[in-house]
Design a binder for this molecule. Sequence first.
Ligand code: SF4
Length: 225
Amino acid sequence: MRYKEEEYLSLSGIQHFLFCRRQWALIHIEQQWEENLRTVEGRLMHSNAHNSLKTETRGDLIITRALPVFSKELGVYGVCDVVEFHRAAEGIALFGRPDRYLPCPVEYKKGRPKEADMDRMQLAAQAMCLEEMLCYTVKLAYLYYGETRHRVEVPITGEMREKVKSVFAEMHQYYNRRHTPKVKPTKQCSACSLKDICLPVICKNRSASAFVARMLKEGADEETA
Ligand code: SF4
């Protein structure tokens, strides 16, 4: 299947979707967003990655920042924090360069490596976009963690590719139905940037946007009363 541009979803949404499908739907379908310390820190770190020179060359390495990527097959678009191009005979040709290079995405994260695979899945999705755009198989990518100031090597496996495909297919189904799952409180809710909007206990059987609309209306009614 090849998606049309107007059907593309945000690539970075895969981390929200894998964290909690409801959180993803609140952000990407109902457009709710609540900044907490975690999201602000994450944004600052991303702006550091994105604000520097767009492209620099260091010996055998070309570093490109904030590279827009997309995939028709996955139906996604996004931005790679950093894509490194390592000079290698088996790599791809780059416009205006005599040598060949291996593309390698690097994603910046503010925290430390997690057991859950959402960071690796996001990175694999970036790699798959680059593969489609550059017609080259990306075998290796990196996650850089701000808390440990260390980068972790992530081989892009066939298993990861299959999971990325099936997760995005599921996201497209949710999006097409404009479906926001009901609240199912879990221990991860305490670390959720949307917990105040989601209100796991109060709006157990209602959509958050309906709840927010009702609260706003009650506030307006009080003002005019
Ligand atoms: S508060 Fe819990 S249920 Fe609600 S969006 Fe966040 S993680 Fe999901």
